[in-house]
Design a protein around this ligand. Structure first.
Ligand SMILES: [Mn+2]
Length: 321
């Protein structure tokens, strides 16, 4: 099945559900809202449904009126789109809606490790972001890209390329971004929203994370962590900590950077980055997570100390190979 088959399915259907992975990031949110707004613009009924709440830094995006709670998801879905998501289990609780729905699932993703779980799978690992696939579908449909859609998709590319710094900052990432600016995305305004909206308590909490820095394995591995009580006493929501792992990756000579955050249910959220010489997707998959070779994550049950030991052990195994 190809892009034109998906376009045909869109034309012949009228009610859509759009979802993505848990631990919503910029590519997930931007791709979802961009696609949903484009479908709405075609006169379609569409809802964006996620397990997670929208991270506050993305509350500026257009299309928030299309977000529904999983409990509010409509019963007349004809087609579901799963964007930027490697497997059904990464969808979280929304998986139940899809598993029992009886409607086709269009899996649009750019992760190498994508499990091809959809009725239709459009997976292109060399795409810098899932948003690029959304843009290709809109173009296949012959629809114009509105300034609102351009804003969502540009935000996705900006976030997914780490502000055009990561190894997925391809020629395509830049040409697509230039095209989206042409269509109405405002780079400075978007960057200010995505990177400049932290509460003072969140900045102090990032400071606590930075003070926890540990460097090991002869400087190859850097690690930051935050315990549950640190996050809870700060009173800020964990989504304001997106990107903290990049501070660990900024340490000179670091090959693998780790950020561990203890969630309220005793699960540790693990974020991994690499300089490109180590495949952190492989490491994350060993803990039930996944991602890309240079940026991946997992949610691991256990105490901070226990999970830290296991993650560092797994990284050491790869480095010593
Ligand atoms: Mn992505």
């Amino acid at each position: 099945m190809s892009l034109s088959d998906v376009a045909g399915l869109v034309r012949s259907s009228s009610s859509f559900l759009v979802t993505s992975h848990v631990d919503l990031d910029g590519d997930a949110v931007g791709s979802e809202l961009g696609l949903a707004l484009a479908l709405e613009g075609m006169g379609k009924k569409v809802a964006v449904v996620n397990e997670d709440r929208l991270p506050s830094r993305y509350e500026f995006l257009p299309g928030l009126h299309l977000l529904l709670e999983p409990s509010e998801a409509m019963s007349d879905v004809e087609v579901a789109f799963v964007l930027d998501c490697t497997s059904m289990s990464r969808i979280g609780s929304v998986e139940k809606i899809l598993a029992n729905g009886g409607f086709p699932i269009v899996n649009m993703d750019h992760h190498e490790s994508n499990a091809r779980f959809g009725s239709i799978n459009l997976v292109r690992p060399d795409a810098c972001a899932a948003a690029v696939l959304v843009l290709e579908l809109i173009s296949e449909l012959g629809e114009a890209v509105s300034p609102d859609v351009a804003t969502c998709l540009y935000t996705a590319v900006l976030a997914e390329t780490g502000s055009f710094r990561l190894s997925n900052t391809s020629r395509e990432a830049l040409t697509v971004s230039a095209d989206l600016v042409q269509k109405g995305a405002d780079p400075a305004a978007i960057a200010a929203q995505v990177f400049g909206r932290k509460a003072p308590a969140a900045v102090r909490l990032v400071g606590e994370a930075l003070r926890s820095l540990e460097v090991s394995h002869n400087g190859d591995v850097t690690l930051l962590c935050l315990a549950r009580n640190q996050v809870e006493s700060s009173g800020i929501s964990g989504d304001q900590l997106e990107g903290v792992v990049n501070f660990a990756m900024a340490v000179e000579d670091a090959r693998v950077a780790v950020f561990l955050r203890e969630l309220s249910d005793g699960v540790i959220k693990v974020s991994l980055r690499s300089d490109g010489t180590v495949d952190v997707d492989l490491i994350a998959r060993g803990f039930g997570g996944g991602g890309h070779s240079n940026a991946a994550g997992a949610r691991v049950p256990g105490t901070l100390t226990d999970v830290k030991g296991r993650i560092l052990g797994s990284i050491a195994e790869v480095l010593d190979r």
